[in-house]
Design a protein around this ligand. Sequence first.
Ligand code: HEC
Ligand code: HEC
Ligand code: HEC
Ligand code: HEC
Ligand code: HEC
Length: 263
Amino acid sequence: MKRGFGSLLILLLCIQPLWAEEVQPEALYTEKECVACHTERDPDLVEQWRITAHGEASIVGCSGCHGDRHQRPAQLMTIKAREDETCVGCHRGPAAHSYATSKHGVINTIEANRQEWSAPLLVGNYRAPGCSYCHFYGGDHRDTMTPERGPEVRQWVCVGCHSPRYIREQFANGKRQLEIADLKLAEGDALMATADTLTGDLCSSLKQRQTDHRKNVLYGVGHQSPDYQWWHGQPALDGDLIRIRDAMDEARRREQLGADIVQ
Ligand code: HEC
Ligand code: HEC
Ligand code: HEC
Ligand code: HEC
Ligand code: HEC
């Protein structure tokens, strides 16, 4: 009898943590409150977030993706953050468009009505990856696609659905494409360095176009969008070099014309 009571006590002690699981009441919180309370609960997660562009950008705190109202069940906030719509709300333009024109984006657009985002972002749960599947794989708040984390991290995400060799080839090809883009940028810089006839404003707008088109190549290879690798990427960079040469020729002609008129 006494022994039986002892076992019951041990059993109760074992399941006690389940009862102790706090349930957060539904309430609105400021960004500071989310970060403070979750730093205690999930220190690693908050640290991951802190060192990324999201942590550094003052407008994207926890509530930027999860909402500023704690919900019940709390999972609703996680589901909201997984949806493509949440990311696209802030990342309009080339980031969203390059994804929309990729095979992954097309599949997810076609299946949007059936997609409910309630499953964790892990292999087997999704047919094609959405924004958060690739960038927040397994709930990692430090971008799982950045090359800074080494090739293994992002390849791991893709290899759930594709063969390792195929994925290595995709990333090797992407790296080559970016190297070619960088050569074009260097050529543009070298040209402009010799162009003392171009105004500062014109130089910076030409440079900006190159930077934007280089980013298109990055989106093209990162999001596997042929349109961005090609039309909005490499040929656009070739066009920039032509524009730089044209602008230099025009400036030279104007200068010549001015000199002729003075004579
Ligand atoms: C850029 C969007 C974004 C931001 C900013 C963000 N999160 Fe998340 N968070 C996500 C996504 C996407 C998931 C879902 C991951 C998954 O399903 O594996 C998630 C999941 C979570 C989870 C559940 C983790 C798990 O493993 O179940 C918690 C807790 C969380 N986030 C807290 C935070 C806190 C706290 C902050 C601020 C310090 C924050 N998040 C900032 C996108 C974001
Ligand atoms: C006072 C503490 C506290 C504050 C403030 C707080 N949370 Fe939480 N949060 C919790 C607790 C406790 C849980 C665990 C689950 C629950 O409530 O059922 C949780 C769970 C979560 C989850 C995970 C849900 C899941 O899938 O398990 C997310 C995401 C989240 N909080 C985001 C936020 C955001 C965004 C804010 C600010 C708007 C915030 N929290 C503010 C304590 C807090
Ligand atoms: C509330 C607005 C907001 C939301 C929501 C948001 N982001 Fe961001 N994101 C930003 C800002 C601002 C930056 C930093 C500036 C920039 O690079 O555009 C950023 C940066 C990034 C970067 C790094 C870019 C770089 O230059 O290093 C990635 C990748 C990214 N976001 C992906 C996502 C994904 C995936 C989601 C959805 C899970 C998401 N973002 C949701 C605003 C947002
Ligand atoms: C198939 C996986 C995948 C999907 C799906 C995906 N991304 Fe990406 N994303 C990448 C990769 C890979 C890169 C390139 C990262 C690099 O090399 O710096 C990238 C780059 C980015 C960048 C630029 C980062 C930088 O360093 O400048 C942003 C912002 C971004 N993605 C946002 C999004 C958004 C928003 C969505 C959904 C509309 C999305 N991504 C969907 C894999 C993905
Ligand atoms: C959740 C599963 C899943 C993940 C994860 C995933 N993909 Fe895919 N991917 C698909 C599906 C499904 C298709 C469409 C296949 C088809 O053409 O029928 C596809 C298509 C592609 C294509 C286009 C092939 C073509 O014919 O145009 C490329 C390239 C690609 N994926 C690369 C990647 C890379 C790189 C990653 C990681 C950053 C990745 N995928 C992650 C499921 C996935």
